[in-house]
Design a protein around this ligand. Structure first.
Ligand SMILES: Cc1ncc(COP(=O)(O)O)c(C=O)c1O
Length: 404
């Protein structure tokens, strides 16, 4: 396994602006090959799909390649890759489609660890259908999502279990496979939110037990495009609302309107970029992704250890959550300062972090911090190095004291 952080950072034009970019959990920067792929698509000329001329055929090829790339990234079937504007919009679309079959007496299971995009679309669809929502709780203060509780929550009435593959604030990696096994034993489907997990670890949606796996390219060095991946035969069973004139094939049936073709060229380039992060990785793109993402994980976990150690040694800093398995994501408060004040102090020193609930609406409430501005999030991805963490720690030490 090999990972050359200097080589990786040199690929990202934005990183040369002098900032410590610790905001990747809200969206990553884009490497030059992705920018080049988007520029090349526009430069060559973009036509709409399914036309008679060459530029249209190029867009058909771009869409097909984006599906193959996302399938390689998550271990899915290209014929089941639904592309769309972002995870939230796609999840609303799937919630509408799946809930057509729900009614009173049916149940769905949601978790209080999840980002609201894997909560509200389902809760609102259940309400419309007259179905009941059952909630999986998190342990406070650890931020774990115990899998055992699903034995009680899932039953013969359960139609769907929606759960995250990683928390976007605490980094918690729940035991998705155990949860999925319980769901499947009861005949329920699983919808796994992989938006936060995908950039941090090798993904195998089949091994996870995900019937649907959602991800967003802008969290892994790609453009603002989302994807939901499922088995084509499962998609065939669903009838989303769609235009009568639009293709009825799978996965096209789920994709409303005209796609951002140049951005889709960027999606494939982003997956190629991830596959090449370990230059010694060989074989198919899927094989190279496994090796490269394992190298990324090792790199990030080393950075996380430094980050957590540094934050816990700073007086007045409180780390929120202490999950056993976690992505390189830290969530913390500083005595005497609101999260926004901390973020502004850091921004003035060119350290980019996020502050607030980060749309982790249920977790922030469960942790008891939502009504006081929640916390500050600093996260690492493959392009972050030790100096980014040191910049954060250094800037925090210069924060003036005083309790509020
Ligand atoms: C875990 C998680 N799920 C879902 C979303 C929503 O993704 P999108 O912006 O693609 O709708 C985010 C975005 O921050 C996220 O972190």
């Amino acid at each position: 396994m090999s990972f050359d952080i200097g080589r990786v950072r040199a690929l990202y034009p934005a990183l040369s602006d002098g900032s410590a970019w610790l905001d990747a959990a809200a969206g990553t920067q884009v490497p030059q090959p992705v920018i080049d792929a988007i520029v090349a698509a526009y430069s060559a000329g973009i036509g709409n799909t399914h036309g008679a001329f060459a530029a249209s055929a190029r867009s058909d090829a771009i869409v097909a390649e984006a599906r193959r790339a996302v399938a390689d990234l998550v271990g899915g079937d290209p014929g089941g890759v639904v592309l769309g504007p972002n995870m939230t919009t796609l999840t609303y679309r799937f919630a509408y489609a799946l809930s057509k079959e729900w009614g009173p007496g049916d149940e769905i299971v949601l978790s209080r660890l999840d980002h609201d995009a894997n909560v509200r679309p389902w809760a609102q669809a259940a309400e419309r259908a007259g179905a009941r929502v059952r909630w999986a709780s998190i342990e406070v203060p650890s931020g774990e999502l115990p899998a055992d509780q699903y034995g009680e929550l899932v039953g013969e009435r359960t139609r769907l279990v929606a759960v995250t593959a990683a928390s976007n604030i605490l980094g918690t990696i729940p035991e998705v496979r155990r949860i999925a096994d319980l769901a499947h034993a009861a005949g329920a489907l699983t919808y796994v939110d992989g938006v936060h997990a995908t950039p941090h670890t090798p993904v195998d949606m089949v091994a996870l037990g995900a019937d649907f796996y959602a991800t967003s390219a802008y969290k892994w060095s790609g453009p603002h495009v989302g994807a939901v991946v499922a088995r084509p035969d499962l998609l065939e069973r669903l009838r989303p609302d769609k235009l009568a004139s639009a293709p009825d094939d799978v996965p096209d049936r789920f994709e409303t309107g005209t796609a951002p073709f140049a951005d889709l060229a960027g999606v494939a380039a982003a997956v190629d970029h991830l596959a090449g992060l370990d230059p010694e990785a060989t074989g198919t793109r899927r094989q190279r992704l496994r090796v490269s993402m394992a190298a990324v994980e090792a790199h990030e976990q080393a950075g996380l250890a430094h980050l957590l150690e540094g934050l816990s040694s700073l007086p007045g800093v409180t780390l929120i959550g202490s999950p056993r398995r976690r992505t390189a994501t830290a969530y913390f408060t500083v005595d005497g300062h609101t999260p926004r004040e901390v973020a502004e102090h850091l921004a003035a020193r060119r350290v980019n972090v996020w502050d607030g609930h980060c749309y982790a609406w249920e977790p922030a409430l469960a942790l008891g911090i939502r009504d006081r501005g929640s916390a500050v999030r600093a996260g690492l991805v493959h392009y972050n190095d030790r100096s980014d963490v040191d910049r954060l720690l250094e800037a925090l030490t210069s924060l003036p004291g005083g309790r509020k």
